[in-house]
Design a protein around this ligand. Structure first.
Ligand SMILES: Cc1nc(NNC(=O)[C@H](CC2CCCC2)CN(O)CO)c(F)c(N2CCN3CCOC[C@@H]3C2)n1
Ligand code: NI
Length: 183
């Protein structure tokens, strides 16, 4: 079971590395790892588990955050329109994105960042992601709003990008051009 002491914190160079693609079909080892990542995210949303293992709540986790420099991520969340997403994804790739941007009004946090970094994190409002799921099926996900934000945060980790890299240093709370908040 993945616990907080296994989460790599900022400062570790692995968080700034570009990850390697996963050989498909995925090995049993990579499938086991991705399954544990998904279970960690689910556990982090369960009050009992949070209390028992002092977990920080999360809606996603990327492999570099547990010290594995591979292109795989797990997400588990319900968006503002009550649409639920629960995926382990291998080799996710953003095929296209909108010009319009969106953002979480309260900014973003990261399980690998043990400090508050205030500010708006501009994200594409709509993205199309191609990936292979934990179950081995190729999917094309058309995401918008909150779901688009979560996937962009996780895919950034696979390219060594942290959420605060996107914050406008001159005016962190200035909404980006051509953007609307994710409601
Ligand atoms: C938005 C949010 N971010 C939480 N934390 N940060 C994370 O998930 C980081 C990834 C998210 C940061 C912004 C976009 C992606 C983890 N990251 O570093 C992985 O790369 C939350 F915990 C959270 N929710 C709301 C839903 N709630 C349902 C019930 O259970 C608790 C849960 C809490 N929403
Ligand atoms: Ni993160």
């Amino acid at each position: 079971m993945i616990a907080m002491d296994q989460i790599i914190r900022e400062g570790d160079p692995i968080l700034r590395q570009k990850t390697e693609k996963v050989e498909l079909p995925a090995s049993e080892e990579d499938k086991e790892t991705l399954s544990e990542m998904l279970q960690f995210v689910k556990n982090s949303q369960d009050d009992e588990m949070v209390k028992k293992y002092q977990l920080r709540p999360g809606v996603g986790l990327a492999a570099p955050q547990i010290g594995i420099s591979k292109r795989m991520l797990a997400v588990h969340f319900t968006d503002f329109h009550d649409k639920s997403y629960s995926y382990g994804l291998f080799n996710p790739k953003i095929l296209s994105h909108s010009v319009e941007k969106t953002y979480l009004q309260n900014g973003e946090g990261c399980l690998s960042v043990d400090r508050d970094v205030p500010g708006i994190v501009p994200r594409y409002a709509r993205i199309t992601v191609k990936a292979t799921t934990l179950e081995g099926e190729e999917v094309k996900l058309r995401l918008k709003g909150y779901a688009a934000i979560v996937l962009q945060h996780e895919i950034d980790h696979l390219d060594g990008v942290m959420f605060y890299d996107h914050i406008n240093q001159d005016n962190p709370f200035q909404p980006p051009e051509n953007s609307t908040p994710a409601e």
